[in-house]
Design a protein around this ligand. Structure first.
Ligand code: TYM
Length: 384
């Protein structure tokens, strides 16, 4: 979706995103009413992320719950394009997926799209670089704490061969006009990119159960195509649950980018870098001087430290509303708000770092050397 004020495509998110407009234009549903209540009850301590509308939109989540209640179960699928170090925005959907796995004990499939990131020409990554980032990013994902017995992390270039027959069945059903209108491909797009959607769709067909895909809403165009072709191939239409985007640290006029490291906080940033980025670069909704701030107060709606606390780092509802009102009234200064964020982010990254160290010895459990994939795909291909 490209608008005058914002862009949301699977490869680019910039500007002030109008999420209601995306729900309308993408044809998804808001998470609201009894469905939202149900999800909040299930999530327990993590429910704030739904209550605050960070995960705000869905497709067929009600059917996922129905299948679960009937004992049919469902599975989860999410992914990452390994184009560089992962930032805090990237890891949001992974933590959310883990929370769902904890509650439902569902299988989780995690796709590392090293192929996609090599094909995306504007990134100019060599094949070797995509392989290096895939290894790095797999470790970040393993550090989230998924259940190793129920989680399968795979790199497209390593494992996709086993899935090729089914990928071909998907590819034959998606014509070029659809791919052009959904993804904006042009005559300049390389032919690898036009085939790639079949690869991102395949994990949604890994089991003959309904698949629930948590992701940022930028990835939804793939699920739209999946939903056209899945049933004729004998599978379920994918269900999805979409998040908003954590804004760039430097404000929405920017874009989180590895070429401008101050726009994001990376999972491998050390405490000093985190402090430096937040104090020096975080976009503030505060006034120009302390006197003015005390008089007029700050604007939490545009203040990035507040938005980051609200969307992820401060789960306590009472506390976040106190922070909002103290900041608005001018009682809390920009520096105080930044202190709060620094404390939360360094604690979160410290814990993540520890889990990443431990994950080094565990990563093979998630990759499973393809054995699980082969077994699963053999079973499903024989039926399709
Ligand atoms: P990628 O690597 O661009 O992004 C990984 C995940 O992070 C989400 N995301 C964000 N979420 C919140 N705030 C942000 N600022 C932010 N930036 C990115 C993305 O929406 C995504 O969920 N093609 C995909 C890889 C992929 C995938 C999937 C993603 C393959 N299969 C299934 C989700 C679900 C990609 O390049 O994601």
């Amino acid at each position: 979706m490209v608008d005058k004020k914002f862009v949301v495509t699977p490869w680019e998110v910039t500007g002030e995103v109008d999420y209601e407009r995306l729900i309308r234009d993408f044809g998804t549903q808001p998470i609201a009413g009894p469905l939202a209540k149900r999800l909040e009850e299930i999530l327990g301590d993590s429910a704030y992320i739904v209550r605050r509308q960070v995960f705000f939109s869905h497709r067929d989540l009600n059917l996922v719950f129905e299948d679960y209640n009937k004992g049919k179960g469902f599975f989860l699928y999410t992914g990452r394009g390994p184009s560089g170090p992962m930032h805090i925005g990237h890891i949001l959907s992974f933590y959310f997926t883990k929370w769902l796995q904890d509650k439902f004990h569902a299988n989780v499939y995690i796709q590392m799209t090293d192929d996609e990131k090599f094909l995306e020409e504007k990134r100019s990554l060599t094949y070797e670089e995509t392989q290096k980032w895939a290894q790095d990013n797999i470790l970040e994902v393993a550090a989230v704490g998924f259940d190793p017995d129920k989680t399968f992390i795979f790199q497209d270039t390593e494992l996709v061969g086993h899935a090729y027959p089914l990928i071909l069945k998907i590819a034959r059903r998606v014509n070029y006009s659809t791919a052009k209108s959904v993804f904006g491909f042009t005559g300049e797009t390389n032919i690898g990119m036009s085939f790639y959607p079949a690869i991102q769709i395949i994990p949604s067909l890994f089991e003959k159960k309904r698949c629930l895909i948590p992701s940022g809403i930028d990835q939804d165009p793939y699920w739209r195509i999946q939903r056209d072709i899945a049933e004729p191939l004998g599978y379920h239409k994918a269900a999805a649950i979409h998040s908003k985007f954590l804004p760039p640290l430097t404000g929405i006029q920017d874009k989180m980018s590895s070429s401008k490291p101050e726009t994001a906080i990376y999972l491998n940033d050390d405490d000093k870098t985190v402090r430096n980025k937040i104090y020096r670069h975080a976009f503030s909704g505060g006034q120009a001087s302390v006197e003015e701030h005390r008089k007029l107060g700050g604007n939490p709606d545009i203040d990035v430290p507040f938005q980051w606390l609200y969307m992820f780092f401060e789960p306590n509802d009472k506390r976040i509303e106190e922070i909002r009102s103290e900041y608005k009234s001018g009682q809390m200064l920009t520096g105080d708000l930044k202190d709060l964020l620094v404390e939360k982010v360094t604690k979160f990254l410290g814990e993540h770092r520890e889990r990443r160290e431990k994950a080094k010895a565990q990563v093979h459990l998630f990759k499973k050397d393809g054995a699980l994939a082969r077994e699963m795909w053999k079973r499903d291909f024989s039926k399709s």
